[in-house]
Every structure is written in structure tokens, then in C-alpha cells.
Design a protein around this ligand. Structure first.
Ligand SMILES: [Zn+2]
Length: 320
């Protein structure tokens, strides 16, 4: 992709069917950026790649994950234990990964009150409770060796010095890396071509993640140059500033549709078709509701909507 950087694309068993991981040449081995989800096909892809002439049979020296989502951290524990390689991660992401991995908690059932508050009918609450995949289904036990990233200092990886850039909104403390000398940005999920990162409210997390996401985009606008962007999904590209402008436009458009729909008091569930332009399938509802509440809370934060609980305990949003 760029000098000393190999893209390894791994399969994902989801609608979005792949993730890009990056291997950075460290001379006597490799530094990995992200690891893929824990599934048989991804483990096989790693085995084949690590044995291939391209990687020269050299070991993994360290692992960095951009954020805690299963497609990024899923195989970190498996790779870390296999090579005795530490995993670097931001403190904010490590905290959530630990909470989600806690075998004594069922994070999905902890979301039921949130789903009800936002108008999900009881049959769909039970459907989601049973069918929404648990974190551990796609995430190996976390690595024992963890190094929290010091955000005040450059990150040394692949014999290069990277500026850490924290993005919020998609996940709590998402790490992107910028190498000014080669003008290369490893963007993770924060900047993607073709698709937009999921921006959703989860109980216990950031309640206005869309504001956080849009605020974070400013940091990418001011990098200068025209970096080669290496994203976690789809193809590497140039045109970072244009892409950021497209993100803003995309959310503005959706916010407009939602505000229009709330001409009468609407629950988030009722407003979802207006936000997405179509009804959602059951398996899309978990993320869809989170995304809907993110947009509604953003509008409420700006004073464009107000919300109150109705007599059934469901939150209804009304245009101001
Ligand atoms: Zn993600």
C-alpha cells in the first residue's frame, strides 16, 4: 500500500463481508493494525498469510487495535498469545472491551430498557434479546499483555513515527494514525469510503455521539497534504477533505428527514423509516435504534426537537 505496509483483507461473516488489516514491516517481524473477527475463515486467512512468502515467515511483534469492535479486536487475543505479542489500545477502548467481555454480564439484556424507552414493541424486544449476537461470539478472550497507548507521544510502529488521532462517536476513543513523512493515514473506521461509520447511542455510553463524531472530523480536515487513506473497510483512497465534507452532508440530510418526521410526536422506532428511507429488517434494529437515537439526541441538543415520556413510558420527540 505504501512503503513497508501490507494490506491483508480478512473475511467477515456479516453483510459487510470484509475488514482490511494492515501489517507494518518492523524488520525482524510485523506490527499488526487490527485483527479481524473470531471465525474459522479469518483464522485460516491469518494462517495462510503468516506462512506466505510475502510475509517471509516472520513473526508478529506487536498488535495495535483501533477500537473495541469485534471485527477489529476479535482475534487479538489469539494472535497475541500465539506470538507472545502485546496489544496496544487506547484506555477508553480497553475499558469497553473489558466490560463487554465480562462473562458475568449480559450486555444485550442490559439494553432492554433502552429499547422499550425508544418504542420497540415487546415482540421485537424478545426477538432482539434472543438473536442479537453476544460480544464473546466473535471475540476471543482479550490478550493478557496490554499496552495502553500514550496519546501525548508519537506511536512508533513499522519503524515509523505516527501521530495518534482520537476520533469519537463511532466508538469511545477510536485511534487513527497519521505519518506526516509519507502522508499516510491509517483511518480505522473513523474515515471510510463509500459507507459511513455507524454512529449509535448505547446505554451507558456517549449520549450524543453524532455531535462527538462531527466534532472529531475537524481533526482530519486540518492534517494538510492529501494523505493516502488506509481505511478498515473498502478500498484505500485519496480525497480525505472531500470525504469529510460528504459525511457532514450525509448526516445533515438524514437529520432533515428526521426533523420533518417529528412534526407530530414520534418514538425513535416509529421514526426509523424516515431516517433510513425504508423499513428495517429485524436483525438491523439493534444498530438502527442506536443510530436513530443518536440523530434524535443531536437534534434535541441543538434545540430542534424536544422529547418527553408518554403514558406508556416511551420517549416521543417533537419538532420545536
Ligand atoms: Zn467499528
Amino acid at each position: 500500500m505504501a512503503e513497508g505496509i501490507v494490506l491483508l483483507r480478512l473475511p467477515l461473516p456479516f453483510a459487510l463481508n470484509h475488514i482490511n488489516t494492515y501489517l507494518l514491516d518492523e524488520g525482524d517481524g510485523w506490527a499488526l493494525i487490527d485483527c479481524g473477527v473470531d471465525c474459522e475463515a479469518a483464522r485460516q486467512a491469518w494462517d495462510a498469510a503468516l506462512a506466505s512468502p510475502l510475509l517471509g515467515g516472520r513473526p508478529v511483534r506487536r498488535i495495535l487495535v483501533t477500537h473495541h469492535h469485534p471485527d477489529h479486536i476479535g482475534l487479538a487475543g489469539w494472535l497475541s498469545r500465539r506470538f507472545d505479542a502485546p496489544m496496544s489500545i487506547t484506555a477508553g477502548e480497553h475499558a469497553v472491551a473489558g466490560r463487554y467481555s465480562d462473562p458475568t454480564r449480559d450486555i444485550v439484556s442490559e439494553r432492554m430498557a433502552f429499547w422499550r424507552e425508544h418504542g420497540l414493541p415487546e415482540d421485537l424486544v424478545s426477538w432482539l434479546l434472543q438473536r442479537m449476537p453476544r460480544y464473546s461470539k466473535h471475540v476471543q478472550p482479550l490478550p493478557d499483555k496490554v499496552a495502553l497507548v500514550n496519546l501525548e507521544e508519537p506511536v512508533l510502529l513499522g519503524r515509523k513515527s505516527w501521530r495518534p488521532i482520537i476520533g469519537r462517536g463511532h466508538s469511545p476513543e477510536h485511534l487513527s494514525l497519521y505519518d506526516a513523512s509519507a502522508d499516510v493515514l491509517i483511518s480505522g473506521d473513523q474515515i471510510l469510503p463509500e459507507i459511513t461509520p455507524n454512529i449509535a447511542v448505547w446505554p451507558g455510553g456517549d449520549q450524543n455521539p453524532l455531535q462527538s463524531f462531527l466534532d472529531s472530523l475537524g481533526k482530519f480536515m486540518s492534517l494538510g497534504g492529501d494523505p493516502l487513506v488506509l481505511p478498515s473497510h473498502k478500498q484505500p483512497f485519496r480525497g480525505l477533505v472531500q470525504r469529510v465534507i460528504e459525511f457532514r452532508h450525509h448526516h445533515d440530510e438524514r437529520l432533515g428527514h428526521l426533523a420533518d418526521a417529528c412534526a407530530r410526536p414520534m418514538t425513535c422506532f416509529e421514526a426509523l423509516p424516515a431516517l433510513f428511507g425504508r423499513p428495517l429488517r429485524n436483525e438491523e434494529l439493534g444498530f438502527g435504534l442506536g443510530e436513530g437515537v443518536a440523530h434524535l439526541n443531536y437534534l434535541e441538543g441543538r434545540g430542534a426537537l424536544s422529547s418527553a415520556l408518554d403514558e406508556h413510558g416511551a420517549r416521543r420527540y417533537l419538532a420545536a
